[in-house]
Design a protein around this ligand. Structure first.
Ligand code: 5RP
Length: 223
């Protein structure tokens, strides 16, 4: 990947490279999705002889891992996963997150559920006091789209269909605006109760364990 030319990309790269410290020899590494994770994958390639391989959360990350010659394993064949490294669209000091800007939220949540330690890598623009300025992505079975949208309106949100996007699982995304997310775990559970919802982008019930947050010069670690 080209050297970053702006502060935000420098920050993403610094946070991503800091996560390499958590990778032990022989590990199968859980790998997220997005531009920050792309820096992580590139850094992982430098130590690829030391690791066994990766489990991936998207077709895009799988392709990038394979392009670097890093073996990608099916999650079903991997018993335990020590570490999962992924970015976020928003993160609080409680390490609750909104994810899914890249539409990979369902596989991300599955790999995160298996991992012992979730390491979130971000630039500091993603750090917020309260979640919700970033529209909350919800992955939905296509035939349930209108029904789910009506139910989300009842919860106070304004869902917008992400036109033209089909997830790796063949589903669609509703981006939900104007939610007041003062209790992320409760809202995460409520949204999951709506029939037709596959996953929502609140990662609160299982948040991150460690956040590596960079402003481009300085790295801050939260846990
Ligand atoms: C993809 C995600 C990403 O982690 C999130 O969108 C952050 O991406 P980026 O690192 O490009 O800012 O959840 O579904």
């Amino acid at each position: 990947m080209a050297e970053p030319t702006n502060r935000q990309d420098r920050a993403k790269k610094q946070a991503a490279e800091a996560a390499i410290e958590f990778i032990q020899p022989g590990m199968i590494v859980g790998v997220g999705t997005g531009s920050t994770v792309n820096y992580f994958i590139d850094a992982l390639a430098n130590i690829k002889q030391e690791i066994e391989g990766a489990v991936s959360s998207s077709e895009a990350s799988t392709q990038r891992l394979k392009d670097h010659g890093i073996p990608v394993y099916d999650l079903n064949g991997v018993g335990a996963l020590q570490v999962y490294v992924d970015g976020a669209d928003e993160i609080t000091s409680q390490l609750h997150m909104i994810k899914g800007g890249g539409a990979a939220l369902t596989r991300e949540k599955i790999v995160a559920a298996v991992a012992e330690t979730f390491i979130c890598i971000t630039d500091d623009s993603k750090q917020v006091e309260m979640l919700g300025d970033f529209p909350l992505p919800v992955e939905v079975i296509p035939m349930a789209r209108s029904y789910v949208a009506r139910e989300i309106v009842k919860l106070g949100g304004d869902p917008v269909y992400r036109d033209g996007v089909v997830t790796d699982n063949g589903n669609v995304i509703l981006d939900v605006y104007n939610l007041h997310i003062d209790n992320p775990i409760e809202l995460e559970n409520k949204l999951n109760q709506i029939t037709g919802v596959v996953t929502n982008g609140l990662f609160a019930a299982r948040g991150a364990d460690i956040a590596l947050i960079s402003n481009g010069d300085t790295l801050t670690t939260l846990h």
